[in-house]
Design a protein around this ligand. Structure first.
Ligand code: NDP
Ligand code: MG
Length: 407
């Protein structure tokens, strides 16, 4: 039985994780849950999963929870996330959105807890200090992001994986010397094939209409600008300890191949499946074992398309790949430049992006203002190399302020 703390339990990843736990009560027990705004959803989750602790958005909400559930430990706000991250558990699923995930994850790692990581912004902003702490504490950082779960699976049995066993066995670091490159796949998002000018006037609704995945609004906009892929290049750089110039983005509109690894002998290993986040969430939570998510193979033709499996005669019959258009979707280029520059650059990029995506979602700026303003913020901001989580959060805050000022 694994005791699981879910940070961000009311979100897209959080609720899918709870669905997995609901169907696997013999394997998992929920010990902690958190929300920010979806308070009523959290109340329902407390009734169903009976955790020991929760964290909510405000002091007022905390008081309401305490009145209804007197035995429960209740925290709130930014500090509340860090406090709940200290609770005793076997694994922390970080399904928070944005930079809010960094401080609680760092806290949980410092106490030796394994992490199932959906929140890529934690590694984009804090990659170096977070992965160093994982090595020092022997903590496993298990990827939930589908591409990184794919790469992780391709590396299993092929020299190991920097984010899994290797962190528990520091002598294994440098395991990826056999890798020639990582082929990181991208759906291309709703605006694949459009020109920059054709994206100027797109609406929030159009940008939220992702062809293959149903996700929270911030990552959905990131997918439309392709900043999501940029964030993922940086995430992969830290998870697998591999230079960004060996991470090669391939647009694959069908979202069946979740990523691939090419080895120095020319062999390429891919991980495939229908686009369903329950696969990577389940593997990270139950690692090293897989969960049963689909029924046994029946052999009957009529079951192929309906039993939840990937059928290569239909959905998997045509897999196509294109070069990423890094001129039009310049967020991808911005992200490569940021990771190559290092230091504070990825933090500035991430902070400005988060602020600008929120402004776009609120109808305050246009779609192409997102990449354009990120470029300007990065051109005007200079910060020293951050050494602590507080340094990172200070740079994040200042980058957001600059982004607001520049639009
Ligand atoms: P959602 O927006 O659906 O959920 C985010 C969760 O975090 C919610 O529980 C939300 O609370 C909470 N939250 C957001 N901001 C704060 C904050 N400042 N303080 C405290 N809690 C906060 O996001 P997703 O589930 O889509 O994504 C979560 C992470 O996983 C992101 O980093 C994303 O990039 C990554 N990811 C998501 C995928 C997906 O399929 N959704 C795929 C791959 C990666 P509330 O809703 O109550 O306000
Ligand atoms: Mg992804």
């Amino acid at each position: 039985m694994k005791n699981v703390l879910i940070l961000g339990s009311t979100g897209s990843i959080g609720t899918q994780a709870l669905e997995i736990i609901r169907n696997n009560k013999d394997k998992f027990k929920v010990v902690g849950l958190t929300c920010r705004s979806r308070f009523d959803d959290l109340i329902g989750q407390i009734r169903e999963f009976e955790p020991e602790a929760v964290s909510v958005g405000s002091e007022d909400d905390a008081r309401r929870v305490r009145e209804e559930f007197p035995g429960l430990d209740v925290y709130f706000g930014e500090d509340g996330l860090v406090e709940i991250a200290r609770m005793d558990c076997d694994i922390v699923l970080n399904a928070l959105m944005g930079i809010s995930g960094l401080a609680p994850t760092y806290e949980a790692i410092s106490l030796g807890r394994d992490i199932a990581l959906a929140n890529k912004e934690t590694l984009v902003a804090g990659g170096e200090i977070v992965t160093n702490l994982c090595r020092e504490k022997g903590v496993k950082l298990l990827p939930v992001d589908s591409e990184h779960s794919a790469i992780f699976q391709c590396l299993e049995g092929n020299g190991g994986s920097a984010c899994g066993r290797a962190y528990a066995e520091p002598e294994n670091s440098g395991v990826n010397r056999d890798i020639r490159r990582i082929l990181l796949t991208a759906s291309g998002g709703p605006f694949r094939g459009r020109s920059y000018d054709e994206m100027k006037d797109v609406s929030v609704e159009q940008a939220l209409n992702h062809p293959n995945w149903s996700m929270g609004s911030k990552i959905t906009i990131d997918s439309a600008t392709m900043m999501n892929k940029g964030l993922e290049v940086i995430e992969a750089r830290w998870l697998f300890d591999i230079p960004a110039d060996k991470i090669d983005v391939h647009v694959h509109p069908e979202s069946i191949v979740h990523s691939m690894v090419e080895f120095m002998d020319g062999s390429v290993i891919a991980q495939m499946g229908l686009p369903d986040m329950k696969i990577p969430i389940g593997l990270a939570l139950n690692y090293p074992d897989r969960l049963r998510l689909i029924p046994d193979f029946s052999g009957r033709d009529e079951d192929r398309e309906t039993d939840g499996s990937l059928d290569f005669f239909t959905k998997g019959a045509n897999l196509t790949f294109e070069k990423a258009d890094r001129k039009t979707f310049k967020c991808l280029d911005i992200a490569y430049a940021a990771i190559n520059e290092g230091g504070s650059a990825p933090i500035v990029m991430n902070g400005a992006n988060e602020e600008l995506v929120a402004m776009f979602l609120a109808g305050k700026i246009g779609f192409t203002d997102i990449p354009d303003t990120i470029e300007r913020v990065m051109g005007s901001a200079t910060f020293g190399r951050p050494k602590t989580v507080s340094d990172i959060l200070a740079i994040d805050k200042e980058s957001r302020r600059l982004a607001r000022e520049l639009v």
